[in-house]
Design a protein around this ligand. Structure first.
Ligand SMILES: Nc1nc2c(ncn2[C@@H]2O[C@H](COP(=O)(O)OP(=O)(O)OP(=O)(O)O)[C@@H](O)[C@H]2O)c(=O)[nH]1
Ligand SMILES: [Mg+2]
Length: 292
C-alpha cells in the first residue's frame, strides 16, 4: 500500500524544468575543423593596402571589452595573449585611454586589415566613466591614440589628441556594445540610457552595430560545464532577448562569447564563438566600407 502511494507520488511529480533546450536555436557547428574554416575566412579577408576596418568596443565598466580584444588576438594567434590589460577589480573603469590595437598576421610587420579600439567603460553617475559625447567623437575619428578620457569633460578641439581632419581610416566602421551576460538585468537605468544614446548616434552616422554578451560561463552553469550548450541555454537566450529589447539591437546582431580570462591555452569551441562574432563584425564593416 505504502509502496503504491510512493510510486504514484513519483509518477505524478513533474520533472524540474530543464535549463536547456533539446536543440540549438542558432545554427553553429563545433570542433576543430569548423574552427579552422572560420579562421581561414578571417585570414583570407583583405582590403586595399591603404584601407583598414576599425571596430570600436564600448559598454559598462568591467563588461569584458579589453578581455574581448585579448580573446580575438588569442584566437587568431593560437595562444593566449594579453596586450589590452584587463582588470580583476572593476569598480572604476580600468581602461582610461583610447587605444587602437592591430593584430599580427602571418609574420612580423604584417597585420590583419582590421583594428580594435578599446575605450574607458560606461559607468553610472554624471561624472563617471567615459562620456557619451567622447564616444561620438571617437566614432567620427576625432580622437587620437593615447587620449586619456576625462569623465568630467569631453575632449576639447584644442587637445593635442583631437584630430581635426580624420580620414576614413580614423573613423569607426563597426560599433560593438559589450555587456556581461550576468549583469544584463541589473544594469542601471543611466548606463542603459547612455548606451542607447551611443546606439542612436551610431545609427545616425550609418555605422553598423552589434553586441557581445560576455561572461556566459559565469552566467550559466550549463555553459560553464560545456560551452557547446550556449545556444541551448534558456537563460542566455532570455538575456539576449533582454539586451535586444533594452538597447534596440536585433537578436541576430548579438553574439555570446566566453573571453579567455584564466586559461593558459586556447580552445577550439571557445575560439568558435569568438570567431563567429568576429566574422559578423568583418561582414558588417565590409558592407559599410563599400557603401562609403
Ligand atoms: N569568467 C569570465 N570572466 C571574464 C570574461 N570576460 C572578462 N572577464 C573578467 O572580467 C574582468 C573585467 O574584464 P575587462 O576586460 O577588464 O573589462 P573592461 O570592459 O575592459 O573594463 P573597463 O576597462 O574597466 O571598462 C576581468 O577580471 C576579466 O578577467 C568572461 O567571458 N568570463
Ligand atoms: Mg578595459
Amino acid at each position: 500500500m505504502a509502496m503504491a502511494w510512493i510510486r504514484s507520488l513519483v509518477i505524478s511529480t513533474p520533472p524540474p524544468p530543464s535549463p536547456t533546450l533539446p536543440e540549438q536555436w542558432r545554427d553553429i557547428q563545433w570542433g576543430k575543423d569548423y574552427k579552422e574554416k572560420d579562421l581561414q575566412f578571417v585570414k583570407d579577408y583583405h582590403l586595399n593596402d591603404d584601407e583598414q576596418l576599425r571596430v570600436l568596443l564600448y559598454g559598462p565598466t568591467g563588461s569584458g571589452k579589453s578581455s574581448f580584444f585579448n580573446s580575438v588576438d588569442s584566437a587568431l594567434q593560437g595562444r593566449i595573449t594579453g596586450r589590452a590589460l584587463p582588470d580583476a577589480i572593476y569598480e572604476e573603469s580600468f581602461t582610461t585611454k583610447y587605444r587602437t590595437f592591430k593584430i599580427q598576421n602571418r609574420g612580423p610587420g604584417t597585420f590583419y586589415p582590421f583594428v580594435f579600439t578599446d575605450i574607458m567603460g560606461i559607468a553610472q553617475g554624471t561624472n563617471k566613466g567615459v562620456g557619451v559625447e567622447d564616444i561620438k567623437q571617437a566614432m567620427m575619428g576625432h580622437i587620437r591614440d593615447g587620449y586619456n578620457f576625462n569623465p568630467v569633460c569631453k575632449i576639447s578641439v584644442d587637445d593635442n589628441n583631437y584630430n581635426k581632419t580624420p580620414t576614413l581610416n580614423d573613423r569607426v566602421h563597426v560599433v560593438v556594445c559589450v555587456i556581461a551576460a550576468d549583469t544584463v538585468n541589473i544594469l542601471s537605468a543611466e548606463s542603459v540610457r547612455k548606451m542607447r544614446e551611443v546606439r542612436l548616434a551610431a545609427r545616425d552616422m550609418g555605422i553598423p552595430q552589434l553586441a557581445i554578451l560576455t561572461k556566459i560561463d559565469e552566467a550559466c552553469p550549463e555553459v560553464k560545464r560545456d560551452i557547446k550548450n550556449v545556444y541551448k541555454s534558456k537563460y542566455l537566450k532570455q538575456q539576449m532577448e533582454n539586451v535586444s529589447v533594452g538597447l534596440g539591437i536585433p537578436v541576430y546582431c548579438i553574439f555570446p562569447v566566453k573571453n579567455y580570462h584564466s586559461e593558459i591555452a586556447t580552445d577550439d569551441d571557445t575560439d568558435t564563438l569568438i570567431l563567429s562574432a568576429l566574422r559578423q563584425m568583418i561582414n558588417f564593416g565590409k558592407d559599410f566600407l563599400e557603401s562609403m
